[in-house]
Design a protein around this ligand. Structure first.
Ligand code: HEM
Length: 409
C-alpha cells in the first residue's frame, strides 16, 4: 500500500505563527490517514499520529516506543536531546529511577499545601493589573508571572531572577522566533544551546550551595539525591533542574493565555463561570483540552512496527499531535464545543503513560489560582488587538494578548 503523507503545515513553525493550529488538516488525517509520513525540507522526517487511541497506545509502551532518540521534530542541529538528559528524554530503566526522585514532591497532597500561597500571588498579580489601568498585555502582566514565581519558589531559586528564567525559556522553546534573537545576533539553534548552558552555569552554584547548606526546596532534594550511593552525574542533575524550570513555564503560561482567549471568544461561558465559581476545576480542565499548549512530542520504535497498515522501521520517528487527539470525535462529544462543564474530560493535554506530565497537578493549581482571581474580580474581558503568536511547532505560544479588563467595583 502507498504510504499516506501529511502536509508539512502540521510541523511548520511559520504556519503556526501565522495561523495557529491546523485543526482542519488534523481532522482529515484522523479520518483518512491516522499514520501519515511527513517530510519537511529542514526537519527530520517522521510519521504523524493524530488519533487519540493511537497516542494512548504508543505512550503506554515505553519499552518499544522510546523517548531518548528524538523528543521534538526540530532542525537536526537544534535537537535538545543532544544537550540535556532529563526524565522527559530518558527511557526505562533510568526514567523510572530518576522520576522517582521527584515524584513524591509533585503529589496532590504536598502541592495542595501551596494553594493558599498561589492564590495570594494571583491576587497580587491582579492588584498590579488593576493599578495599571484597564488595557494590558495579558501575557506579560498576568500569564507569565505565576508559573515563574511558583517554580522559583519550589526550587528555592531567587524570585527576583524570574525575568531571567522567562528569557531562557523563550530562548530555548522559541529559538526559531526572530523576536527572541539576542542583540549580539545569537539566534536559532545557537541561541537554544547558549541558553541551556547559561541555565546550567546558573544552577551549578545553587547545587554547590545546597550540598553545603541544605534547605527545604527541590534544588536541595536534587543536589543531594543519590543513585547507587552516588550523587547524580552533573549532566543529569542540571538537566533535571533545567526541565523543571522550562517545562512548567511556557506550557502553563500558554494554557493561561489560551484559556483567557477562549473565554473571551465564548462570553456566555465566561458569564456562567463568573456566576458559578464551583465550575472552576472543570473549566480549567476544558481550557487545557481546548488550548493543548504542547503540539507534539516524539517517540522512536526500537523494533519494526506496523500501525494502521503502515510499516515503520526501528529508528524511524513518530510525532504524536496532542491537540488533534483532544478534538478526536470518537473520544469527545462535539469536540469543537468549548464546554466548561464537559464531563468526562480525559484529554491528553498532559500526555499519558510513562511520561505523563510530572507537573500536571501543579499546573492545575496555578490555572485554578489565576482564574479564580479573575472570575472573582472581573465583570468582563475583551480582546482589543491581534494576539501575537510564537514561531514554534512544539508549543502553541502566545507572545502578547492585548485585552481590556473591566474590574468589578
Ligand atoms: C498546562 C501546563 C502543562 C502542560 C500542557 C504540560 C504538558 C506535558 C506533556 C504533554 C508531557 C508529556 C511528555 C511525553 O509524553 O513525552 C509533559 C511532561 C512533563 N512535564 Fe508537563 N505540562 C504542563 C505543566 C508542567 C509543569 C507546571 C511542570 C513542572 C514544573 C511540568 C513538568 C513536566 C515534566 C518534568 C515532564 C516529563 C515527565 C516524564 O518524562 O516523566 N509540566 N508535560
Amino acid at each position: 500500500m502507498a504510504i499516506p503523507t501529511a502536509p508539512i503545515e502540521i510541523i511548520d513553525a511559520d504556519y503556526y505563527q501565522e495561523n495557529g493550529y491546523p485543526f482542519h488538516i488534523w481532522d482529515k488525517l484522523r479520518k483518512d490517514a491516522p499514520v501519515a509520513y511527513c517530510e519537511h525540507p529542514n526537519l527530520v522526517p517522521f510519521y504523524a499520529i493524530s488519533r487519540y487511541e493511537d497516542i494512548v497506545e504508543i505512550s503506554r509502551q515505553p519499552t518499544l516506543f522510546e523517548s531518548a532518540p528524538l523528543l521534538v521534530v526540530q532542525p537536526p542541529d537544534m535537537a535538545m536531546q543532544q544537550q540535556i538528559r532529563s526524565i522527559i528524554n530518558m527511557d526505562l530503566p533510568d526514567h523510572r529511577t530518576y522520576r522517582k526522585i521527584m515524584s513524591s514532591y509533585f503529589t496532590k497532597k504536598r502541592l495542595n499545601e501551596s494553594q493558599p500561597k498561589m492564590d495570594r500571588v494571583a491576587e497580587q498579580i491582579l492588584d498590579a493589573v488593576a493599578a495599571k489601568g484597564d488595557e494590558v498585555d495579558f501575557v506579560n502582566e498576568v500569564s507569565k508571572i505565576l508559573p515563574l514565581a511558583v517554580i522559583a519558589e519550589q526550587l528555592g531559586l531567587p524570585v527576583e531572577d524570574r525575568d531571567q528564567f522567562f528569557q531562557w525559556t523563550n530562548e530555548v522553546v522559541g529559538a526559531l522566533d526572530p523576536d527572541f534573537a539576542r542583540e549580539d545576533g545569537t539566534k536559532g539553534p545557537e541561541l537554544a544551546l547558549k541558553a541551556i548552558q547559561e541555565v546550567f552555569v546558573y544552577c551549578t552554584k545553587f547545587v554547590e550551595d545546597r550540598r553545603k547548606s541544605p534547605q527545604d526546596d527541590l534544588t536541595t532534594v536534587l543536589a543531594n539525591a543519590k543513585i547507587d550511593g552516588e550523587y547524580l552525574p552533573p549532566l543529569e542533575l542540571l538537566s533535571y533542574i533545567f526541565i523543571l524550570i522550562i517545562a512548567g513555564n511556557e506550557t502553563t503560561r500558554n494554557a493561561t493565555s489560551g484559556g483567557m482567549m477562549t473565554l473571551m471568544e465564548h462570553p456566555d461561558q465566561m458569564q456562567y463561570a463568573i456566576k458559578h465559581p464551583e465550575v472552576l476545576d472543570s473549566m480549567v480542565e476544558e481550557m487545557v483540552r481546548w488550548s493543548s499548549p504542547i503540539i507534539h512530542f516524539c517517540r522512536t520504535p526500537n523494533k519494526d512496527v506496523t500501525l494502521h497498515g503502515v510499516d515503520i522501521k526501528a529508528g524511524e520517528h513518530i510525532a504524536m499531535f496532542y491537540p488533534s487527539a483532544n478534538r478526536d470525535e470518537t473520544r469527545f462529544d462535539d469536540p469543537y464545543r468549548f464546554d466548561i462543564l464537559r464531563t468526562p474530560n480525559q484529554h491528553l493535554g498532559y500526555g499519558i503513560g510513562e511520561h505523563l506530565c510530572l507537573g500536571a497537578h501543579l499546573a492545575r493549581l496555578e490555572l485554578r489560582a489565576i482564574f479564580k482571581g479573575i472570575l472573582h474580580r472581573v465583570n468582563h474581558v475583551e480582546l482589543i488587538g491581534e494576539p501575537n503568536r510564537l514561531k514554534s511547532s512544539l508549543i502553541g505560544g502566545i507572545k502578547s494578548l492585548p485585552v481590556k479588563i473591566d474590574f468589578a467595583a
